[in-house]
Write a protein that binds this ligand. Structure first.
Ligand code: F6P
Length: 538
């Protein structure tokens, strides 16, 4: 096996070669390309053949993965070793979705029995709410659930709900994340407190935004129902003492452990609102799909391992070709929130500039991720994707069968997904454009200025992920695919993907500024910050 430096050099040399050729030409040069670069895993079809790597470059990438110890790291992850060294924790979200009766251990401590018990409690509680067995303070059944949380305590549940929710749900599930009071006002404004359950989700139960919104919701319940309103509070947290102090009764508290990172937590009790909204069976399907991807990630050789190959394709673009930005476009309105979810997953996990042992990283780390639903984005940023000065790699996620609606519209949606990937890779030559304009009788002088503007450089890479249906299992597999892809990248970059020290400074400065905005003494600031505080203090 190559040593690390040699393996990185080989990847960079491979990428230098990629700059001198076009992706589309590789199909003729490599007859087995399509077969080698497409694979199925846990119900997902992945096509990486429109990536800039040749098959030889793929080998260089796989050598790099081997040299970086991906297999050893993967084994340590699943064994519950201390992967998050700066916080002294395991990162064992796979335990949350493992088949019942598994035997996962976090830093040696058996955890699966507790996980199974929590799953049973969540299902029973959700069923009690859904069936009307559990009623509110006035005896009415619950019709609305308000989920309050932010970051990892919001993105996953919000995405899962939007992806899987019935068109006319029995339970009206709403979310409040932002401390902007507008979000709480809009979420609560037409709800009947007597029929509303408020689920407060916070790993730490100290997050400023969540605690502010939780107090707002508690006051809203109490204003209508008196102190009895507290019976409508449910809490999900690792900080059980703080939850009790907030006034949530013990049988409505759901715990999870510190080895569940916030952005990996949708599989835990953090997903309780989704269990209530979708039913336990759907949530179990989500877990089973993720578990299927876990099994694939654990067992498949690196060369046919979906999370590993997706990570390597992204690394080839990021490190080999120096591309600092990546787009994600789900051609599925129900997956509209996937880019937001991935922003936290990838950028909070891998947006790091030092290694797990505190040294500067040797290679650029996480790309910035942006995106939204296709086809809408075709009328927004796709101009830049096709003709801008930078090539921005794109992940396209498409779903064969619509969950609802007009099948003809779904076919149009799919045609767009496929065509955009083709257009980005193949482009359109200036010669073609000139021929077409000449045939249309456009004057030669006009062709001179028009042709370059109507030319598409092409050679812009995409990864295509196809799901037959957007069902709980496939959604679970998709999210787990990206989780493990993010982990593999972190291993290659030598960073701890499971901490997030970078969010702390802003939080503590916000507390200081808040004191000043509330009339406290002025603190020392740079002139710009001091001026803004001065304006806001009035
Ligand atoms: O954004 C920082 C962060 O700590 C995330 O990692 C986390 O998902 C989010 O805040 C919410 O934290 P909590 O669940 O503790 O409220």
């Amino acid at each position: 096996m190559a040593d690390l430096t040699t393996a990185w050099k080989a990847l960079e040399a491979a990428a230098a070669g990629a700059r001198c050729r076009r992706i589309v030409d590789l199909f003729a040069a490599e007859p087995e390309r399509l077969a080698r670069l497409t694979l199925s895993a846990a119900g997902l079809d992945l096509d990486l053949s429109k990536q800039p790597w040749s098959l030889a470059d793929l080998h260089a990438s796989l050598d790099l993965a081997a040299a970086c110890g991906v297999e050893v790291a993967r084994a340590r992850l699943f064994a519950g070793e201390t992967m998050n060294a700066s916080e002294g924790r395991a990162a064992l979200h796979m335990a949350l979705r493992a088949p019942k009766g598994s035997d996962f251990r976090a830093q040696g401590e058996p955890v699966s029995a507790e996980v199974d018990a929590t799953r049973v409690r969540m299902a029973a509680f959700a069923e009690a709410v859904r069936s009307g067995g559990l009623t509110g303070a006035t005896g009415k059944p619950f019709r609305h659930v308000v989920h309050i949380g932010i970051g990892g305590s919001d993105f996953g549940p919000r995405l899962v709900w939007e992806a899987l929710r019935p068109v006319s749900p029995q339970i009206d599930l709403r979310f409040i994340a932002n401390v902007d009071p507008a979000e709480a006002v809009f979420a609560l404004q037409d709800l009947d407190p007597a029929q509303t359950l408020v689920v407060v989700v916070s790993k730490t139960f100290t997050t400023q935004e969540t605690m502010t919104n939780a107090q707002t919701a508690k006051a809203w319940l109490r204003a209508a129902l008196g102190p009895q309103g507290d019976a409508h509070l449910v809490a999900v947290s690792t900080a059980l003492d703080l939850v009790t102090a907030f006034g949530v009764r013990a049988d409505q508290v759901f715990g999870f452990r510190d080895w569940v990172g916030g952005r990996y937590s949708v599989w835990s009790a953090v997903g309780l609102s989704c269990v209530i909204g979708l039913g336990a069976e759907a949530f179990e399907g989500l877990l089973a799909g993720a578990a299927a991807m876990d099994a694939h990630f654990q067992a498949a050789p690196l060369a046919s391992n979906a999370p590993v190959l997706l990570a390597l394709a992204h690394i080839f673009n990021r490190n080999g070709l120096g591309r600092p930005v990546r787009a994600v476009v789900p051609y599925a309105q129900r997956l509209r929130l996937l880019p937001n979810f991935l922003q936290q997953l990838e950028m909070e996990s891998n947006g790091k500039r030092v290694t797990a042992d505190g040294r500067p990283v040797a290679h650029a780390t996480a790309a910035a991720v942006f995106g939204d639903a296709g086809t809408n984005v075709q009328h927004a940023f796709f101009q830049l994707m096709h003709q801008g000065t930078d090539a921005i790699p794109l992940d396209i996620i498409a779903v064969r069968e619509a969950s609802e609606g007009d099948p003809a519209a779904q076919t149009i949606l799919l045609a767009n997904a496929v065509a955009q990937a083709e257009a980005l890779m193949v482009g359109r030559t200036e010669a073609d454009v000139r021929t077409e304009l000449t045939a249309k009788g456009v004057p030669a002088a006009e062709i001179e200025t028009l042709a370059p503007q109507r030319t598409f450089p092409g050679d812009r890479p995409s990864a295509f992920i196809l799901l037959d249906r957007l069902d709980p299992m496939r959604l679970g597999a998709l999210l787990a695919l990206y989780e493990h892809k993010t982990f593999v990248e972190g291993v290659l970059w030598g960073i701890n993907s499971f901490d997030q020290w970078g969010v702390e400074l802003g939080k503590s400065l916000a507390s200081r500024v808040l004191g000043e905005l509330q009339g406290g003494p002025a603190a020392a600031h740079d002139p710009s910050t001091a001026a803004l505080i001065g304006k806001l203090r009035g």
